[in-house]
Ligand binder design. Structure first.
Ligand code: GRF
Length: 211
């Protein structure tokens, strides 16, 4: 079988931990379902399991411990240098547990995606699954959105709904939402590289067939 030409759709992925969304993206690329390549994975936590998972698949990685940088912007400037050197056209946050500086958001304006385990704008921030359970909603889910200067804010690209069941715990809900996350993130990345997305105010057009 002829080798596939390496994709020019280069992604930089930022993580802090487990990296299951990163692995799901790599799986979709390897399966030929997503025309992209992960050019670099950066973690602010040197012990992140996702770094080891990326290395095991031959993906370049960089551990950039934020505690060793004087300011948030210093850390972000180092990340930006590495991402740009790797040729990343899109930055995907996948469980990256730090706020980005305004400088970084501006540098990659309109080129940063994040995934969040709720139907935003409900339940931003940490423990989104617990927040959903405590609020009594019957439906939660996940959201892929462009990143702006605020937390879990920014124009929404795709969402997938997940039912909240009577017996759910934060853990069981997290597991079910995570399965949806693994589907939806790659679809959003494919849409981004297709060039069909247009940000108009808070709305992203071009993500649905009618767009
Ligand atoms: C996911 O639930 C994601 O939505 C949130 O952080 C978690 C990261 O999980 N932002 P993983 O590291 O991708 O497994």
């Amino acid at each position: 079988m002829p080798e596939r030409t390496p994709s020019g759709n280069l992604i930089g992925v930022l993580i802090s931990g487990r990296g299951s969304n990163l692995v799901a993206i790599l799986d979709r690329i390897d399966a030929g379902d997503l025309d992209a390549r992960v050019a670099l994975v950066i973690s602010n936590e040197p012990s992140a399991a996702g770094l080891a998972a990326a290395r095991a698949r031959g993906v370049p990685t960089l551990a950039l411990d934020h505690r060793k940088c004087a300011t948030r912007e210093d850390h972000d400037r180092e990340m930006a240098r590495a991402l740009e050197a790797a040729g990343a056209r899109l930055v995907c946050l996948a469980g990256y547990m730090r706020l980005l500086s305004g400088w970084f958001v501006d540098r990659f304006k309109g080129r940063i995606l994040n995934i969040h385990p709720s139907l935003l704008p409900s339940f931003p921030g940490t423990c989104a699954q617990r927040q959903a359970l405590e609020s009594g909603v019957r439906i939660s889910g996940c959201t892929v959105h462009f990143v702006d200067e605020n937390v879990d804010s920014g124009p929404i690209v795709l969402q997938e709904a997940v039912p909240v069941l009577d017996g759910d715990t934060p853990e069981s809900l997290e597991k079910r939402i995570l399965e949806a996350e693994h589907r939806v993130y790659s679809r959003a990345i494919a849409l981004y590289f297709s060039g069909s997305l247009r940000i108009t105010g808070r709305r992203v057009l071009g993500a649905t067939p009618a767009g």
